[in-house]
Design a protein around this ligand. Structure first.
Ligand code: MSP
Length: 519
């Protein structure tokens, strides 16, 4: 079986990471860990996008070189991803010489093949978005909207990638490839955008305006447009050789990837530029990547922005609630593909209801009862009782994961935890323990609960790996989490569990912010 190759977008290193960046990396990490559970080899690539005008401007503002600026910001991202337990296998940093070399080799190949040409251009340019604008980008009032930042009219020679040459192919490909983009409605949006596309893509910037980039191999006065450079990370850091028509074995084994990206960068960057670039490089249709296009993490219903002052730093919440609570909340409360509202109140409530109450109590009660009534020793029951629908839960969990619905997978697991707690209420092990004729029943109930905890642990491990490791220590289950082990009856007869140690203490729910005073 081919490795599961998953990537995230690479983050711009022009500012500090926020909870939206964290969300995307956690989502990809959880999917990577899910695939590792089945023993499948995973190649998880993430990293940082270090070139471009925004970085050059931010560095200038701080009075440091772009190199130093980028090194500082990159360190922030890397430290955050380490805290967030992002289990990436490779780190893409676009200033790496190997990457630059691949980008240049690709540019040269496309230039030699006539896919890139030089032409004069006069038009409007948005510095913020680093792109030329056309009349179609004007708002209904005829002006360029605030999203473009400062727009100026410029004239220059530029190199174009023949995007339009690939339009017909792209249109057919997007229309006839079900499952290219998840969720499906985004694929429809992409198709509409491809139909509207009518210009080639300027892929160079004169050094007089932007020097912080990769030199064009065929014109030393220009650097490469940042998106062209950034997109190539997906193949350069996977072992792609820029020059060669025959690819390295390493790359061929891994490719194609599943790209986890936000809703703002499917059109045009990934769905149009990237697919056309790959097509121009000779990638056949069955070697095109897939896209998982997630929504936005919002704050009070609004996009995070420095100007509004609502940018949320994930470190704050990791400090207060712990990393696993942050991971769990983002995965449980966000429907993949839709926007979600971030709130520390809901985070705390989720931690209390699911992790502390359902899971924590279940673990605590089960291990306490086992210690008290049976000295921690299990008596194996060969069958799961009807009240604990383990197989159905595992099925649902798997189905949800295979369709990227992480929140639904967690919902399925929590249903099983709730069933376990209800089972305790109904079976009343504390009463059974008082009646010697019920000894076998008591043992079956306790075994059922321990088995469910073990299986729930496996199912939760992609999302809260550290807590599951602690849970397994308490159960004295010493195998790493594996989906093949999510079946009934693996705790052996006579197995002795450990003593309970609280896993998820309850937290205080933060007070609601007073509504903003109306002016
Ligand atoms: N550098 C480009 C991506 C190049 S990929 C070859 C970029 N960087 S970014 O830092 O602006 O965004 C990185 C990722 O974070 C993108 O997928 C983007 O959609 C995602 N998010 C940025 N803000 C977000 C939220 N508020 N919520 C969720 N994801 C968000 O785009």
């Amino acid at each position: 079986m081919k490795p599961f190759f998953i990537t995230t977008a690479i983050d711009y290193t022009n500012g500090t990471p926020h909870i939206g960046h964290a969300y995307e990396k956690i989502l990809a990490d959880v999917l990577a860990r899910y695939h590792r559970l089945s023993g499948r080899e995973v190649f998880f690539l993430t990293g940082v996008d270090q070139h471009g005008q925004k970085v050059q401007q931010s560095a200038k503002k701080e009075g440091v070189t772009p190199e130093d600026f980028v090194a500082g910001v990159t360190a922030h991202f890397a430290a955050l991803y380490q805290r967030l337990e992002i289990s990436f296998d490779a780190w893409a940093a676009t200033t790496e010489p190997m990457h630059k070399q691949v980008v240049q080799a690709i540019l040269q190949r496309l230039f030699d093949a006539g896919e890139i040409y030089r032409a004069g251009y006069r038009g409007y340019y948005s510095t913020r978005q680093e792109q030329f604008l056309t009349d179609k980008d004007r708002g209904p009032d005829g002006l360029f909207g605030a999203e473009w930042g400062e727009v100026s009219e410029i004239e220059e020679e530029t190199y174009y990638f023949k995007l339009t040459k690939h339009k017909e192919w792209l249109q057919q490909f997007v229309a006839n490839t079900p499952g290219l983009v998840y969720p499906e409605f985004r694929q429809n949006e992409l198709l509409r955008a491809v139909e509207r596309m009518e210009n080639d893509l300027s892929i160079s910037r004169p050094k007089s305006r932007l020097s912080w980039g990769i030199d064009l191999p065929f014109d030393a006065n220009c650097v490469t447009f940042v998106w062209f450079d950034a997109l190539v990370n997906y193949i350069s850091f996977a072992g792609y050789r820029g020059e060669a028509a025959v690819q390295s074995e390493e790359f061929t084994r891994r490719w194609p990837a599943l790209h986890v990206i936000g809703k703002d960068i499917l059109v045009p960057a990934h769905g149009i530029y990237w697919l056309a670039m790959l097509h121009a490089l000779g990638f056949p249709d069955d070697q095109m990547p897939r896209f998982l296009d997630h929504g936005y993490v919002l704050v009070d219903g609004e996009k995070m922005s420095k100007s509004i002052g609502n940018v949320r730093d994930p470190n704050t919440y990791i400090d207060i609630f712990g990393v696993e609570a942050v991971r769990y909340f983002l995965m449980r409360d966000c429907v993949v593909g839709q926007d979600m509202d971030f709130s520390d109140i809901r985070l705390a409530e989720r931690l209390n209801s699911d992790l502390a109450n359902s899971m924590g109590n279940l673990l605590n009660r089960t291990l306490n009862m086992l210690a008290k009534y049976r000295g921690g020793r299990l008596v194996r029951s060969p069958e799961a009782p009807d009240a604990l629908p383990v197989a159905a839960c595992v099925e649902e969990w798997k189905r949800a994961f295979e369709s990227h619905q992480v929140h639904a997978a967690l919902e399925a697991v929590m249903k099983l935890a709730t069933a376990c707690n209800k089972y305790i209420e109904v079976e009343k092990p504390f009463s059974l323990a008082k009646d010697p004729s019920q000894a076998a029943r008591l043992e079956a109930v306790l075994y059922g609960l321990a088995e469910c905890l073990r299986i729930i642990g496996i199912l939760l491990s992609p999302v809260i790996p550290k807590s599951v490791a602690t849970l397994f220590e308490q159960l004295r289950w010493d195998r790493p989490p594996l989906s093949a082990d999510a079946v009934w009856g693996l705790l052996p007869d006579g197995h002795e569990v450990g003593a309970p140690v609280p896993l998820f203490p309850r937290v205080d729910v933060p007070a609601a912010q007073p509504p903003k005073a109306s002016v």
